[in-house]
Design a protein around this ligand. Structure first.
Ligand SMILES: [Zn+2]
Length: 97
């Protein structure tokens, strides 16, 4: 996994607001198994900086179900305020509410 610039800003006092995350619903394209993963924006997003010092965030998630060996790969991009910009998925599909 990527290890660059993953900083922990808060080392103590765990008080994470519940709105600081979202549910990621995906379905395995091989067997149809569905997953409902909670993504915590404080801990699951990887912070990145471009050449001009702008901040952005990415999420890379690999999911393996219990029914088959298909590896689902989710990749999401966020802006500096952690607003979703784009997303893509391999070996699976996104489910909407
Ligand atoms: Zn599967």
């Amino acid at each position: 996994m990527l290890k660059k610039l993953a900083k922990k800003l808060f080392s103590g006092g765990l008080s994470i607001p519940s709105q600081n995350g979202f549910f990621l619903k995906v379905r395995c394209s091989s067997c149809g198994e569905m997953f409902n993963l909670y993504i915590n924006k404080s801990t699951d997003l990887l912070q990145e900086f471009d050449d001009e010092g702008n901040t952005s965030y990415t999420l890379n998630k690999e999911i393996i179900g219990s029914r088959c060996r298909n590896l689902i790969h989710v990749k999401m991009a966020f802006d500096g305020s952690k607003k979703l910009l784009s997303r893509e998925i391999a070996n699976g599909e996104f489910l909407e509410d």
